[in-house]
Ligand binder design. Structure first.
Ligand SMILES: O=C(O)CCC(=O)C(=O)O
Length: 262
């Protein structure tokens, strides 16, 4: 997929330069230039190999919705990552494990943790959260996502669902501190769960329009990219699924703007 390909900067030098030099120097310069061009081509091939699509991507599109979905990790890799995260991630407790919705405080129906670059905070559902330092596994998953997407991330929200009773209500990831140009990269490990997008104009009984929801199943080891402007127009949720008996961990990698005026 072309959008995941990163090409190195165009390093070709200006050919006019050679015209004002002596013929011997000119030949030497041309030789240097040819070697450099060959090197540049090699760099470009490496960049292509590194960032070109290693997995079959599936495009998911609707009005104002632009997502890419792929299997990022094999079953063996995903099993190992899940196990490592179970050992490394420390989830919030007490006040930090609550959210505020329309002024009311609720326990969140899952476990949550936030990791990222030093000093970062992220406020959502009325609660401000600080980033814990990256664990080795979160860092390596972040790097795998960056390698595949050519996007950088400085924060991750970890959600752990003990089984299908744990869930996440409809919301948009549209907080002001998120870089609006950066996709949100969602990595799923563990039990497969349904994930539903609903257009903002098609919610509730009073909805203005009839737009079909978009439903996906997020598989073990998968990566879902929610590209802009998806989070402007579409809410998403992870509904209760009583038949799901196994745990799931979801990581949403985000880019927080560093110098946003408060
Ligand atoms: O667990 C999931 O897949 C949903 C996560 C999510 O919606 C979020 O982190 O905003």
């Amino acid at each position: 997929m072309e959008k995941f390909v990163v090409r190195g900067p165009n390093k070709r030098s200006c050919t006019n330069d050679a015209l004002i030099r002596s013929p011997r120097k000119k030949v030497k310069l041309e030789e240097d230039e040819r070697l450099k061009e060959e090197e540049d081509e090699e760099d470009e091939d490496e960049a292509l190999a590194e960032f070109s699509n290693p997995v079959p991507w599936q495009k998911i599109e609707a009005e104002g919705l632009d997502c890419d979905y792929a299997q990022l990790f094999s079953k063996e890799e995903a099993d190992k990552l899940f196990k490592q995260l179970e050992e490394e991630v420390v989830y919030s407790t007490g006040e930090e494990a609550k959210v505020q919705v329309f002024g009311k405080v609720y326990n969140i129906p899952r476990k949550q943790a936030t990791y990222g670059d030093a000093g970062l905070t992220y406020t959502y559902s009325g609660v401000r959260r600080s980033a814990c330092p990256w664990t080795p596994t979160l860092k390596s998953i972040r790097d795998a996502v960056t390698k595949t997407t050519a996007q950088t991330f400085n924060f991750v929200l970890v959600n752990r669902y003990k089984d299908g009773q744990d869930h996440m209500g409809e919301h948009r990831d549209d907080e002001k501190e998120l870089d609006p140009l950066c996709p949100i990269a969602s990595v799923s490990l563990g039990a497969a769960r349904d994930f539903i997008f609903r257009h903002r104009d098609a919610r509730g009984k009073q909805s203005r329009r009839q737009i079909e929801p978009v439903r996906l199943e997020l598989a073990h080891g998968s990566l879902l990219l929610m590209n802009p402007p998806t989070n402007t127009f579409w809410y998403h949720s992870l509904p209760v699924r009583k038949k799901v008996l196994l745990p799931r961990i979801n990581l949403t990698f985000r880019r927080i703007i560093l110098d946003r005026k408060k």
